[in-house]
Design a protein around this ligand. Structure first.
Ligand code: NDP
Length: 295
């Protein structure tokens, strides 16, 4: 199988590296070409100068860009994916995308005999490095079965969620949970600090109790209490994700004030903390509001 991987960002790079390490024939493309060139030199793969060139001869093309419209934007034109894709190939979009645009991508590819699945991932950069990501897939189950051996290089769990867009939808809702848990944990812990309670003791209790979450169990101990705040997943991307979740709730007439308010607060944080801030840095906004550091 020939594989093409487009989008060597924070999570795309380690995913592509695992495909290269498995010995599959891999061609990489990245908007900033030097990153693809460096990757290819380090991992013994080929780097392409255009999306069309990357897609040529590929059986499976994987994209991992910030938003679905970025993937849609790569389709057309003489250098676009469609110019290079062969009939029978499959485009696997690992972007945390939006279902409406994923359906537009599928519709654009179908006349060219190219299959499409949306396949967002969860598990973070460390999960990508270890090959333990979870993949949530929307699309035809037979198409998914055809690419499972490729996904297995960077994931340990692949779940078929429904038709095209279902993977994006599950991902958006999961990300809304993450954003809400993180913000509520920051508010609660800031209160505990102001009450003079030891945060480590409080977390020991909470993490053995019903209020625990990935934020309380992992993100806050590892990234906030240490004041490390490593930059692995941009706050801007989580703001995009919870915005998709809030939009889907609205489209479906589901009253979702908690999701909407959290989406708005992440939008404020994105403006204040900037495009490069990590998602966990929203805790710093709560700390400023509360006049206290969680440590
Ligand atoms: P990054 O911002 O680190 O990387 C984005 C990648 O997309 C880069 O390769 C960038 O190229 C490329 N890109 C940006 N804009 C365009 C464009 N207009 N056209 C073509 N290429 C473009 O993002 P991540 O790797 O962190 O995230 C990628 C996707 O994966 C997102 O949807 C995110 O929500 C999701 N995700 C991320 C996780 C994480 O832990 N980081 C975890 C799970 C999902 P260039 O090098 O030129 O800037």
């Amino acid at each position: 199988m020939n594989i093409a991987f487009l989008g060597l960002g924070a999570i795309g790079r380690p995913m592509a590296a695992r495909i290269a390490a498995a010995g599959l024939t891999l061609t990489v493309w990245n908007r900033t070409g030097e990153r693809a060139e460096t990757f290819a030199a380090e991992h013994g793969s080929r780097h392409a100068l255009t999306p069309a060139d990357a897609a040529r001869d590929a059986d499976v093309v994987i994209t991992c860009l910030p938003e679905s419209h970025h993937v849609y934007g790569l389709l057309d034109g003489p250098d676009g994916l469609i110019a290079g894709l062969k009939r029978g190939a499959t485009l696997v979009d690992c972007t945390s995308g939006d279902p409406a645009t994923s359906r537009k991508i599928q519709a654009a590819l179908a006349p060219h005999g190219v299959e499409f699945i949306d396949a967002p991932v969860s598990g973070g950069v460390s999960g990508a490095e270890k090959g333990t990501l979870t993949v949530m897939v929307g699309g035809d189950a037979n198409v998914l079965d055809g690419v499972r051996p490729v996904l297995a290089n960077f994931s340990t769990k692949v779940v078929h969620c429904g038709g095209v867009g279902a993977g994006d939808t599950v991902k958006a809702v999961n990300q809304a949970f993450l954003a809400i848990h993180l913000l509520s944990a920051a508010e609660g812990l800031a209160t505990l600090v102001k009450e003079g309670v030891d945060v480590t003791a409080a977390l020991e209790v909470i993490n053995a109790s019903s209020g625990r979450s990935n934020s309380s169990m992992n993100l806050i101990p590892e990234r906030v209490l240490t004041r490390a705040f490593p930059r692995t997943f941009k706050l801007a991307l989580l703001e995009k994700d919870i915005g998709i979740a809030a939009g889907l709730a609205r489209d479906n007439r589901v009253p979702a004030p908690v999701t909407q308010l959290t989406a708005d607060l992440f939008r404020v944080a994105r403006g204040e903390l900037g495009e490069l801030a990590d998602h966990v840095e929203i805790v710093k906004m709560v700390e400023v509001w509360a006049g206290v550091e969680i440590k």
